[in-house]
Write a protein that binds this ligand. Structure first.
Ligand code: PLP
Length: 486
């Protein structure tokens, strides 16, 4: 008997696995089983262009739904604060082994529950390495637990003075890179580098000048909404020049690194001291985070739990191991290449139709569409597109006059549609759908007749017409083919 291995061969097995699982859930709380079922329908029926989302494989999804979730396992492999962790040890070691091999990292820590948590682990590790080690030396102590109250007081004073230099939010940086709504903005005095006002690209000499003047402890590279490549070799050079630690948050583009589309100067792993990521975006794994670092930081990173994380999620680490194993297959390199080709086709398609793009194009998985050319805010554009079953998210553009809530942009990403199998000609059609909706949308007014940044009107019947065209496109590329919950 041959063993089923391809997704097509496995679909009937996966189908019955999900159906049976939902029957079990239904027997306790039918509304939850129904919501899970409806989510599959919604995902199947919408054109997902959210740059940070994807579709994990059935193997990844199933690895999460089981009793690995029941285990407490604070600590690290072989050094747990709980008994009975041998299977969690197996899972965590395999996930870390795949991560090290896939990214060529000295050390991988696969416990973080999300990208924010991975960044928090990284911040504490860098601070611990810089501050704790001298404190231990001063105190003649071997371990942090041996430090006295006065040592800790000194440590706190030192921590309060730390500085971080990261990309500004409106240029595409992330909240966790030192901004006020996140703890990083309280832990660090922060300064941002933006992008060149003409090209929209990072100006490395401006970053260097800011670093020389500000002398940060941490220089952060990485982004949520920057459509171009980042030269991490230059970033490391700048960090070294001012004595900073280079941290790269590759949450968005980890899949492109794993798939060897980003190599040389554009692969952060050989250049950064510490790299953080999510596992659920272009990497196509379960929701979660991960930290990769050089051996100098490893012991500090491994103290993530219980320093800043709760007990690890063994079921999610199991799913991370499966996703990382998938990403080590040659087909993942093909997938990563197609993500970038598709983003290029989407960008070209939009430009040909007269749309304005931040940086005039893309080199990665995302396109930042400036919707001011259509006379709309990002909020209006996002809502009008959603009416036509096109799911995007509004996003600030550099120096955005509409701020972070209404914005002037819409961020579009191709990892999810590429997973479904859409190709470049179809992304050109997607560009046409977006352009058609936005051309047919007008800004609306508030109840008192003032211009509104949220209200809008769309030509009669247009959303339904576009949604029908999107449905035709998606019908050719079914999501989770063969999985039938009925
Ligand atoms: N870092 C970057 C660059 C991100 O884009 C995101 C999420 O959007 C995160 C971190 C946070 O990830 P999570 O939502 O898993 O905490």
């Amino acid at each position: 008997m041959s063993v089923p291995v391809t997704p097509e061969q496995l679909a009937p097995t996966a189908s019955s696995a999900f159906r049976d699982a939902l029957d079990v859930v239904r027997s306790v709380e039918p509304r939850i089983a129904d919501a899970i079922g409806r989510e599959l329908t919604d995902q199947r029926e919408s054109l997902k262009l959210i740059a940070s989302e994807n579709y994990a494989s059935p193997a990844v999804l199933l690895a999460m739904g089981n009793w690995m979730s029941d285990k407490y396992a604070e600590g690290t492999v072989g050094r747990r604060f709980y008994a009975g962790c041998r299977n969690v040890d197996t899972v965590e070691s395999i996930a870390a082994e795949h991560a090290r091999a896939l990214f060529g990292a000295d050390h991988a820590y696969v416990q973080p529950h999300s990208g924010i948590d991975a960044n928090l682990v990284a911040f504490w590790s860098v601070l611990a390495q810089r501050v704790e080690s001298p404190a231990l030396e001063r105190a003649g102590a071997k371990h942090v637990n041996d430090l006295t109250e006065e040592d800790w007081a000194q440590l706190r004073r030192a921590l309060g003075d730390q500085r971080m230099l990261g990309m500004s939010l409106d240029a595409g940086g992330h909240l966790t890179h030192g901004f006020r709504p996140n703890i990083s903005g309280k832990m660090f005095e922060q300064r941002s580098y933006g992008t060149d006002p003409v090209t929209g690209r990072i100006d490395y000499e401006a970053v260097r000048a800011a670093a020389r003047e500000f002398r940060p402890l941490v220089l952060i590279a990485g982004y949520s909404a920057y459509p171009r490549l980042v030269n991490f070799r230059i970033m490391r050079e700048i960090a070294d020049e001012v004595g900073a630690t280079l941290m790269v948050d590759m949450a968005h583009f980890a899949g492109l690194v794993a798939g060897k589309v980003l190599t040389g100067d554009f692969d952060p792993v050989p250049h950064a001291n510490i790299v953080t990521t999510t596992t659920h975006k272009s990497l196509r794994g379960p929701r979660g985070g991960m930290v990769l670092c050089d051996s100098a930081l490893a012991e500090h990173v491994d103290r993530g739990c219980p320093m800043v994380l709760g007990g690890p999620l063994p079921h999610v680490m199991a799913a991370k191991a499966v996703a990382l194993a998938e990403a080590r297959r040659p087909s993942f390199q093909d997938y990563a290449r197609r993500i970038v080709e598709n983003a290029g086709a989407l960008a070209e398609g939009l430009k040909r139709r007269g749309a304005k793009l931040v940086t005039d194009g893309t080199d990665n998985h995302l396109v930042l569409l400036d919707v001011s050319g259509y006379g709309l805010t990002g909020r209006q554009a996002e809502s009008a597109l959603l009416d036509a079953e096109i799911v995007t998210n509004r996003n600030a553009v550099p120096q955005d006059p509409n701020g972070a809530w209404y914005t002037s942009g819409v961020r579009l990403g191709t990892p999810a549609l590429t997973t479904r199998g859409l190709g470049t000609a179809e992304l050109d059609e997607v560009a046409d759908l977006i352009d058609t909706v936005l051309r047919g949308t007008r800004p609306g007014s508030t109840a008192s007749g003032k211009p509104s940044k949220a209200q809008y009107t769309v030509e009669d019947g247009l959303p339904a017409k576009v949604a029908a065209r999107a449905a035709d496109l998606l019908a050719k590329h079914p999501l989770y083919p063969g999985i039938d919950l009925a």
